[in-house]
Design a protein around this ligand. Structure first.
Ligand code: BGC
Ligand code: BGC
Length: 635
């Protein structure tokens, strides 16, 4: 508490000082330095004119040009360097002129995972950046892909697969807005989202990060999320820079082509011709640029054997020149290193291909030294460096970071706020897809006697999935929220008994309704690549056991993708796909009991058997087509 109050004072002081310098004191050539101590001071040296780059009345491009002209090569290379926060101390940010810092998956502050600790952590890096000769603010980035998801207590929205099922662009835009508000409150103006992949093979571990298999759907919802995050123009103090990713074809790789760890699809090779690439995977990027995207992340994957990070034709000729993308390209995590075993060669190739900012993420000294050598030897032209830095600085000016480098502490109260949770709850309800509803199992009468089985029924970590608090996600009580069991208990008026193993001998079976919650444990990226999407034998046994103890059986699937349920379908009356709903499990109960209609439709084709993968493999009819979803049970 004491800290927070001091901190608020400092922030107020800092913004007053910055405003003073920017607006009222034309006689300064040095931006203020702000420290995190109670004795915050500024060093303002009055001169005859304010440098153009510090004048917020001038256009961003003009300010960037002015600043660029004042910069040394070391300062420019620093702007192109993005470091993972655990690998660098604030003092090194000052010493090496670092332009960007990120939190990777699970990159919460080491002190404690609270909003105030996040703001303190981010501010400490920002202070270090502002302490450099030219006081260029850094840009801090994070993967807020379903809410500010590394932060305990943030609102966790359904993963994108669930949003795809809503088909509701307006809702997705509102979620983008709420995510930006919670993220910017902790000082972070840059989000590595949305994923605008068009996955063609649901065995991919990132299937749930995308909106669906259909190019038009991904284009529409991706653009909506960007508009929400950036609040139509990036100017407001709660706007966050979007980063559509991963350019391009991350969802189009061929099984078995990945060379990373034991991955099979993730970071693999896309083997299609250019016409197909342009038709299937490019339109979401056109939509994203039209929606105002100013940073784009490059894909780990390859196209016909060439790594995207080395692909000058796609990065520079197509994206920057043909499509007119004026923002900056950021590499993925240590992805440049994959281009060649010779690091020098890898860096030269990537930067010349069009990478503007390198997510290093660990060895910044190695990257900076390599860059200096490459420019000195003429292997990377200075014009390329200037182009990259101009792009990065222009976006920093557009974001207003020079005027407002620190968050507004008043915004901290909006993290996990009721209105955001209500929005998430509504999104959950709209995302549910009803696959089957026999014998009028749904909606469930409020006074029914209910048995609930499956450990997933009462697990906030599992229902949130990967990219929640930890990179891979984690089962258990990892962040505040409402589990599906808690929501059922809060909604039903009759008796509700819970046993994760489905053993209800002590509760006088049969129940009117047995609810079984099962599916996939959390995973992220290639670690979720899976050859087999079948239900486990124990899951099938659980459904079976419930059938012996309840009149009607309802199965709820918590999953990042369609699972193979063909043989189990007849064991239950109703099947509901809840995807990875996040913290607001009440949205599931609302539909089960008829307080909210089922309107969700499948964003991916649901296969009958595994031989139907990838999409388009001609092996008979799918179990359910793309777009399928019952609306019964909605009375
Ligand atoms: C992922 C990106 C992510 C980055 C930073 C990478 O492994 O592919 O999507 O933005 O890490 O966490
Ligand atoms: C980070 C992730 C990143 C991944 C890449 C993890 O350690 O937390 O953000 O995507 O490494 O391999």
């Amino acid at each position: 508490m004491i800290y927070v109050r001091q901190y608020q004072t400092i922030i107020v002081l800092a913004s007053l000082l910055l405003t003073a310098v920017a607006c009222k004191s034309p006689q300064s050539n040095t931006a203020p330095t702000v420290t995190n101590t109670a004795t915050a001071t500024t060093a303002v040296t009055p001169t005859t004119s304010t440098p153009a780059y510090l004048n917020p009345a001038l256009p961003s491009a003009e300010r960037a040009e002015d600043l660029l002209a004042r910069m040394t090569l070391e300062e420019k290379i620093g702007q192109m360097t993005l470091i993972e926060k655990g690998s660098i101390q604030p003092t090194a940010v000052t010493d090496y002129f670092i332009g960007g810092i990120l939190s990777g998956g699970g990159g919460y502050p080491t002190s404690s995972n609270t909003p105030a600790a996040w703001a303190e952590m981010v501010n400490s890096y920002q202070e270090a950046a502002l302490a450099t000769r030219l006081s260029i603010p850094l840009i801090y980035g994070v993967d807020a892909i379903h809410g500010h998801n590394n932060l305990k207590g943030a609102t966790i929205f359904p993963h994108s697969i669930g949003l795809g099922a809503t088909r509701n662009a307006e809702l997705v835009q509102q979620i983008g807005r709420a995510t930006a508000v919670e993220t910017r409150a902790t000082g972070i103006p840059w989000d590595y989202a949305p994923v605008i992949a068009v996955p063609q093979d649901i065995r991919w571990g990132r299937t749930y990060e995308a909106y669906g298999e259909d190019t038009a759907l991904v284009s529409e919802l991706g653009a909506a999320f960007i508009r929400g995050l950036q609040e139509d123009g990036l100017h407001s103090q709660t706007a966050v820079l979007a980063t559509p990713k991963h350019f391009i074809g991350d969802g189009g790789t061929v099984w078995g082509t990945s060379t990373t760890e034991n991955y099979t699809l993730d970071q693999g090779d896309m083997q299609i011709d250019e016409a197909t690439l342009r038709a299937l995977h490019l339109p979401p990027y056109e939509a994203a640029i039209n929606a105002g995207a100013q940073s784009i992340m490059i894909s780990f994957s390859s196209w016909n054997g060439t790594k995207m990070h080395a692909h000058q034709y796609l990065l520079t000729d197509v994206l920057k020149e043909e499509m007119g993308f004026a923002g900056f390209l950021v590499s993925d995590w240590q992805a440049i290193d994959q281009i060649s075993p010779d690091y020098y060669q890898a860096v030269v190739t990537a930067i010349n291909a069009g990478v503007d900012m390198n997510m290093v993420p660990y060895d910044y000294k190695g990257f900076i030294t390599t860059m200096l050598t490459a420019v000195e030897k003429g292997d990377i032209p200075e014009s390329r460096i200037d182009d990259a830095v101009r792009r990065i600085l222009t976006v920093k000016f557009n974001l207003g970071l020079f005027e407002t480098p620190y968050p507004d502490p008043a915004q901290l109260a909006l993290i996990g706020a009721d209105e955001h949770r209500a929005l998430a709850q509504e999104a959950v309800s709209q995302s549910l897809v009803l696959l089957q509803n026999e014998n009028e199992a749904l909606p469930i009468p409020l006074d029914a006697k209910i048995f609930v089985a499956g450990s997933f029924a009462d697990d906030i970590g599992v229902q949130s999935g990967g990219w929640t608090i930890e990179w891979q996600g984690k089962a258990g009580n990892i962040t505040p929220g409402t589990t599906i069991l808690a929501a059922i208990k809060a909604t039903a008026s009759g008796e509700v008994a819970y046993n994760k193993f489905g053993k209800f001998e002590n509760f006088n079976p049969p129940a009117d309704v047995g609810i079984v919650v099962l599916g996939e444990r959390p995973y992220a990226e290639g670690r979720g690549d899976a050859a087999d999407l079948s239900l486990s034998n124990s899951d099938i046994e659980l459904i079976h056991r419930m059938g012996e103890q309840a009149e009607h059986v309802v199965v709820i699937l918590l999953t990042g993708r369609p699972l193979l349920i063909t043989d189990a379908l007849s064991l239950a009356d109703a099947w509901v796909v809840a995807w990875l709903p996040g913290t607001e499990g009440q949205g599931v109960a609302d539909n089960l009991f008829g307080h909210h209609p089922f309107t969700g439709t499948l964003p991916y084709t649901w296969p009958t058997h595994i031989d139907q993968l990838p999409l388009g493999t001609a092996e008979g009819e799918p179990l359910y087509p793309f777009g399928y979803g019952l609306t019964t049970g909605s009375q």
